[in-house]
Design a protein around this ligand. Structure first.
Ligand code: TRP
Length: 454
């Protein structure tokens, strides 16, 4: 049996938890979670999201790490190999392919948004936010996104750096630097939360996030909460499975999965607590969309002491968090090309990198010249996000769950979970085999109108 990946292993259980958390914590937590919570009415949406994270996210994360560690190959080949060893169709490998495609598509807009944050680092250093009011701040945001050249510049800078890092294969070194980034990010979020308390509107922000108003929740909202649970935990995009390939045998996978999920969820909730009080204190709309953090945080930084310093630091963190996630998003498609088409690493990286860069223009133009170009009422960026986060990821997750519960050899699972017939093992089988497929199918069918349950 092959028990060691050719790329080595994480040095300890915590090294794995830390590295995977830093790939999971990204723009999804700081940028996306607050804005989709705002658009979908707050509390009830957050509750559905938390339920999806706990009941569907954790077990699927366990399944992915388990498959990765068992096969020690890239996602597409990992599932194929285990399928063959479990005497089922090798076509299960196509699920891995689907996840790799999702990673590629997500990366194309991820780099653009990280580029916005990079622009904000420069604006912070220049002092653009100093004492700025809501109107000025929203004007600054519009100036940025309505200018395709400026966004293209930052998107190009991001993509180039990502390509360089993945070509050189120095991700591990980067992850070591994350040891400082993650804790600093926590501290900075805490500073903004303290500022938010000081605005006097903390209660409104808190209530918006946690008071359940089910009348605000739509079937689309439930779908978005489900999709975001996968997105934020980096599930069904190949990377967790890939990270799993480097997990040492002694790591207890369920524990690691729960810790990663906790770190990710706490960060998202902190971002929410930092942002919504500022929204209400300034009479802004919680539902203003993808620009939410860019139109709220500068207000906070513009009015606090050392604001310029904290603003620069904060947006640098956002860029880094986005950058590290982007690096792990590029890795699965690159590994897939290398293994399937026998291309050199540098060529494969360039090929995938340039393709994502090109696709990124769809997102750039969605906020300016092509903002009126709509399909099904959505511009290109909205459609891309909708198809990937709300359909590809849940369907990928569903197939991974079915595979782990019904196809993968039981002896493999027992070995990976280190438990025979224990409660964790039985619960895992029950959730992956029954709860996950039923819940995901209901939400998907309901959202496209084939079921009318809620
Ligand atoms: N979880 C990341 C975030 O919340 C986004 C993401 C999805 C991701 N799949 C990924 C990041 C794979 C790295 C690798 O921002």
């Amino acid at each position: 049996m092959e028990h060691h990946s050719k790329h080595g292993q994480w040095s300890s259980q915590w090294a794995f938890i830390f590295a995977t958390s830093s790939a999971a914590i990204g723009l999804g937590n700081i940028w996306k979670f607050p804005y989709i919570t705002g658009v979908n009415g707050g509390g009830a949406f957050v509750l559905v999201y938390l339920i999806c994270v706990a009941i569907l996210g954790v077990p699927i994360m366990i399944a992915e790490i388990m498959i990765g560690r068992r096969a020690r190959l890239n996602p597409a080949n990992a599932m194929k190999q285990i399928a063959i060893q479990s005497k089922c169709r090798p076509q299960w490998g196509m699920v891995g392919g689907l996840t790799v495609l999702a990673a590629f598509l997500i990366l194309s807009y991820y780099s653009v948004i990280a580029g916005w944050a990079l622009d904000y680092v420069v604006q912070s250093i220049r002092g653009s936010f100093y004492l700025a009011n809501a109107e000025v701040v929203s004007q600054l945001f519009n100036n940025l996104v309505s200018n395709p050249w400026r966004v293209t510049f930052w998107h190009t800078v991001m993509m180039l750096s990502i390509i360089v890092v993945v070509t050189l294969g120095v991700e591990r070194g980067l992850e070591r630097s994350m040891r400082y980034m993650l804790p600093s990010m926590f501290v900075l979020l805490l500073i903004v939360i303290f500022y938010a308390i000081h605005t006097g509107f903390f209660k409104e922000g808190f209530e918006f996030l946690f008071y359940l108003k089910f009348e605000n929740l739509t079937s689309q909202g439930v779908l978005i909460a489900l999709g975001h649970a996968f997105f934020t935990l980096s599930l069904a995009t190949g990377s967790i499975m890939m990270y799993g390939a480097y997990v040492p045998r002694y790591v207890y996978i369920p524990f690691a999965a729960i810790m990663i999920t906790l770190a990710d969820t706490v960060t998202a909730l902190m971002a929410g607590l930092a942002i919504f009080p500022i929204v209400f204190a300034n009479g802004l709309e919680p539902s203003s969309g993808p620009g939410l953090i860019f139109q709220t945080l500068p207000l906070a930084f513009g009015h606090m002491s050392f604001g310029l310093f904290f603003a620069s630091l904060f947006f640098i963190m956002v860029v880094f968090a986005g950058f590290l996630s982007a690096v792990s998003l590029l890795e699965p498609p690159v590994a897939w090309i290398i293994e399937n088409y026998k291309l050199k690493r540098s060529k494969a990286t360039l090929l995938v990198g340039v393709s994502t860069w090109l696709l990124g223009f769809g997102t750039i133009f969605s906020f300016n010249i092509a903002s009126d170009f709509k399909l099904l009422g959505k511009n290109f960026f909205e459609l891309l996000d909708h198809v990937t986060a709300n359909f590809m990821l849940p369907i990928g997750g569903l197939l991974i769950a079915l595979f782990a519960a019904w196809k993968m050899k039981k002896s493999f699972v027992i070995e990976e979970i280190n438990h025979n017939q224990g409660i964790a093992y039985q619960l895992l089988y029950f959730i992956l085999g029954y709860i996950t497929p039923i819940a995901i199918s209901i939400v998907l069918l309901n959202s496209i109108g084939l079921l009318a349950i809620f």
